[in-house]
Design a binder for this molecule. Structure first.
Ligand SMILES: C[S@@+](CC[C@H](N)C(=O)[O-])C[C@H]1O[C@@H](n2cnc3c(N)ncnc32)[C@H](O)[C@@H]1O
Length: 388
């Protein structure tokens, strides 16, 4: 093993040592990204919440270990964890994973060196939590995760190929997720829904279905926490949540159509222009308020560095749980009307006063999730011009 100059960092209650690097990159001898601390902190809250809900000991698989930070933190910082399995295809990563287990004086953690899909298939049905945190897309590993996941288990999935999911590059999204993206102002939400839809369709082959407990799009990545359930009838039922979002780039109207092979309108019912479709994607819930509230409560019991940021995000996601799919970017609407944007909170208040749902979204600070139509919103924006 090559000798490296190393660095020790602390996250939560855990110390991790890894070879120093200049830039976060997959070329580093062992991968560690400090910008993912929020992701790991939220994972601690989500898995702890799931453990309490299940009221049993959880065996966890950290499928792409890197420095081992996830698996080691899960064992060190979550109550009710049984065995942890850390896997990584890299021998150097395995070396540091073992070293970091010792550094934290932990036992009941196994280290393995396999391709992720092979490892899952070798250990089929043994995990209560599978954490998929690869470079780029999780797509190639989801089939094995679907085949190998247990009923009532938790699947945590990260995707960093947001340019594909959000539609900057259409073809990679079609290749990897068998879905057409569209780069609208709410493309991060359609991206998460494409990912969730792909997980649901992949798992359905094995008569397994999904319940999304929490999801978020932050910086360069998207993350899903999904409870896996089993049963063909149940799966058929949940697949009714697969559908399409159709968008009019002329007047900014959008609509959804439920069903994988449903009839989709070709023209915008508001202005008559051609609609653009994104999907298939998941139109079911992508936030579960009960689960998220428990994650928020759990934050009081955990020592996490990102607590403020985590709570801000969780509170937004909690609100979003009761909101309809997609959101409107009020600045974009004002620009299309060639008017100035009123204060954001005034817009929310006015929409609510008129009887509509009006909720902020973590996807975009100027986004409003609402059941108002584009015409309703335009009227509100025009009405508020005298407040500017
Ligand atoms: C994004 S890093 C994991 C980061 C880690 N989970 C964390 O939170 O710091 C991806 C890891 O997957 C490993 N890897 C890449 N391809 C793999 C494969 N096919 N099977 C298993 N591990 C793989 C890499 O060696 C790398 O350590």
């Amino acid at each position: 093993m090559e000798e490296y100059k190393t660095k020790i960092i602390e996250e939560g209650l855990t110390k991790i040592e890894f070879p120093e690097f200049d830039k976060v990159s997959s070329d580093a001898p062992v991968f560690y990204n400090p910008h993912m601390e929020l992701n790991r902190d939220l994972s601690i809250l989500a898995i702890q919440t799931f453990q309490k809900e299940q009221d049993r000991e959880l065996n966890i698989c950290d499928l792409f270990g890197g420095s081992g930070i996830r698996g080691i933190r899960y064992k060190n910082e979550i109550d009710g964890v049984g065995e942890v399995f850390i896997n990584d295809i890299s021998e150097v990563a395995n070396h540091y994973e073992r070293h970091n287990i010792e550094l934290n004086n932990l036992s009941d953690i196994e280290v393995h060196q396999h391709d992720a899909s092979m490892f899952l298939r070798m250990k089929r049905g043994e995990f209560d939590v599978i954490d998929i945190d690869p470079f780029g897309t999780p797509s190639p590993f989801l089939d094995s995760a679907g085949y190998c996941s247990r009923r009532d288990s938790l699947l945590c999935v990260t995707a960093t190929d947001t340019s594909a999911l959000c539609g900057t590059y259409k073809e990679p999204c079609i290749r990897k997720y068998n879905a057409k993206p569209y780069k609208s102002e709410y493309c991060h939400e359609t991206g998460i829904r494409i990912l969730a839809g792909f997980v649901a369709l992949t798992l359905s082959k094995y008569a397994k279905c999904i319940e999304v407990k929490m999801s978020h799009s932050t910086e360069h990545y998207m993350r899903l926490y999904i409870e896996v359930k089993k049963g063909s009838k149940r799966t058929d039922e949940t697949l009714k949540n697969i559908g399409y979002v159709s968008h009019c780039k002329h007047c900014l109207h959008r609509q959804t159509s439920m069903g994988l092979a449903s009839a989709i309108d070709e023209v915008c019912p508001v202005c008559g222009e051609k609609l653009i479709h994104a999907g298939p994607l998941w139109l079911g819930p992508i936030q579960n308020s009960e689960f998220i509230q428990k994650m928020i409560d759990e934050a009081d019991n955990k020592q996490i560095n990102s607590k403020k940021e985590a709570l801000r995000l969780l509170n937004k996601c909690l609100e979003e749980a009761s909101a309809p799919a997609t959101f409107f970017d009020v600045h974009k609407i004002c620009k299309s009307l060639k008017i100035s944007a009123p204060k954001f909170d005034l817009i929310l208040d006015e929409l609510k006063k008129e009887g509509f749902i009006a909720i902020k979204t973590h996807f975009n600070p100027l986004g409003v999730k609402t059941d108002a139509t584009i015409k309703n919103i335009q009227e509100v924006l025009i009405k508020l011009q005298d407040t500017i």
